[in-house]
Design a protein around this ligand. Structure first.
Ligand SMILES: [Zn+2]
Length: 280
């Protein structure tokens, strides 16, 4: 949490409010949430590295990561980790100032403010000098799960003895899926989470790719899933959690066959599935 649909929702919300705005000031409350791309020695990150003086020309996302790009190529790549939030509002009302755990604030030339908040600090901000550095960073991830193609998923699954759940959670195979959308997609595709990848038929892999895209698109339309920390930058929740068929529903009846949904640990993650609809 947050996964691809939540980050996509945040980006879509921020884009019209940040594009062409200039970053006037940057407040850094915690330097240790910021790193500089490919710099092993971590000196203190400067406001300039965090885009001070730059005009935002692009907001983009790959998997669960998002980035702001400035006119001179400087970028910040933001990972929300478990509890990360992006907040945006009027700088005068200072909503983010009253909040605890706000680590970085960007004050824009139109009087608004963007803030990065992350109580548990599993997330973080990476500063990059060039747009091409961002491409290089994201090239280390698999293709974006929102548009995952069958052949990419097939390549990842081919000859692999690991479980399909591990495949879907591996960000180098496809980027953006976490525990929620993994369990939802496997249920809808009728695939047991412990199925070995090499045992998946070509038809099942095709169905899984299609199902992943469908689940993720549906979640984006609903503004993501709000369970605990995730919210849109204006503080409003997503509503896709109401549509969860298995995630968080262990012990409840299956919506398709009424059998009790099983909760188990698969790939060290809490996993919910239907033993009848998702046979081994
Ligand atoms: Zn069932």
């Amino acid at each position: 949490m947050p996964e691809l649909p939540e980050v996509e929702t945040i980006c879509a919300w921020l884009e019209p409010r940040l594009l062409q705005r200039r970053v006037e000031r940057v407040h850094i409350a915690r330097h240790d949430v910021c790193t500089v791309w490919e710099k092993a020695t971590s000196g203190r990150v400067t406001p300039r590295q965090l885009l001070k003086g730059g005009r935002v020309v692009e907001l983009c996302r790959h998997g669960k990561q998002m980035a702001l790009v400035c006119d001179d190529g400087r970028c910040v790549c933001i990972q929300l980790g478990m509890t990360g939030q992006m907040m945006m509002g009027d700088a005068d009302t200072g909503a983010s100032v009253k909040c605890r755990h706000v680590h970085v604030r960007w004050l824009m030339n139109d009087g608004t403010e963007l803030a990065f908040r992350d109580p548990r600090r599993f997330g973080g901000i990476t500063c990059l000098v060039r747009r091409s550095d961002l491409d290089a960073r994201w090239a280390e991830l698999g293709p974006d799960a929102l548009t995952i193609r069958v052949d990419a998923l097939k390549r990842g699954a081919q000859g692999s003895k690991r479980m399909v759940k591990a495949l879907l959670l591996n960000q180098r195979v496809l980027a953006g899926v976490g525990n929620i959308y993994c369990d939802e997609a496997l249920f809808l595709a009728g695939i047991h989470p412990e199925t070995r990848c090499c045992e998946l038929s070509a038809e099942k892999v095709t169905l899984l790719a299609r199902t992943l895209r469908r689940v993720l698109r549906g979640a984006v339309r609903a503004g993501g899933s709000t369970l605990k920390d995730y919210q849109k930058p204006d503080g409003t929740p997503g509503i896709f959690q109401r549509s969860h068929l298995v995630y968080g529903r262990g012990g409840e009846p299956c919506t398709q066959c009424s059998h009790e949904l099983v909760r188990a640990v698969v790939c060290q993650r809490g996993t919910v599935y239907c033993p009848l609809c998702q046979p081994v």
